[in-house]
Design a binder for this molecule. Structure first.
Ligand SMILES: [Zn+2]
Ligand SMILES: [Zn+2]
Length: 181
């Protein structure tokens, strides 16, 4: 560990999202300390009533100004996110930026009318969180469908890929982690 931090912020009450497992799992991947940094209100102006969804960019804007000694900040939310041109997104990041956000709405089996499976749910959350944080550490999408940086067009893509980086992405990540970015 380098003494640097990744902050986790809940939009809404993070304690209700059942994500207590997340810091440990992320620390294992990024070798940075991961800490809950608090909660922020949902950006109500980003809500699109007819879709029942929130515009994802507003979450990044809300995270960008968040104070604290965090090298990176990951926001998590229960609400469903979208960006113009896509029906939904599992998450969004500014490539090489400080902030990213993940929605757990579509990661729960219950969203598809299936019984809850905690192991599957946790694995999906880890994959999406690692993926979005990977973008903040300058990684792009990877053509390898097993790599966590592979783009998930649908949940089957997420379930197919692993929680880890392919050797090429891992090398690029390690270079970025060691640098100042
Ligand atoms: Zn991506
Ligand atoms: Zn890769």
């Amino acid at each position: 560990m380098t003494g640097e931090l990744i902050g986790l912020l809940g939009f809404g009450d993070a304690r209700r999202m059942g994500l207590e497992f997340l810091p440990r799992r992320l620390e294992g991947v990024f070798c940075l300390e991961v800490r809950w940094a608090g909660n922020l209100p949902l950006p109500v102006r980003a809500y699109r009533r007819f879709q029942g969804q929130y515009l994802a960019f507003a979450f990044l804007e809300a995270l960008e100004g968040f104070p604290g000694p965090y090298r990176r900040i990951l926001g998590v939310t229960e609400v469903d996110l979208y960006v113009p041109g896509l029906n939904f997104v599992f998450g969004l990041a500014r490539q090489g930026g400080r902030c990213c956000v993940v929605s757990v709405a579509r990661l729960r089996p219950a969203f598809y009318g299936l019984p809850h499976d905690e192991v599957v749910f946790r694995s999906r959350v880890v994959k999406e969180a690692v993926h979005e944080l990977g973008h903040t550490f300058c990684l792009s999408h990877c053509p390898n469908p097993q790599c966590v940086m592979h783009f998930s067009n649908c949940l089957a893509d997420t379930d197919r890929k692993s929680e880890g980086f392919c050797p090429k992405c891992r090398r690029a990540l390690d270079e970025c982690l060691l640098g100042q970015l």
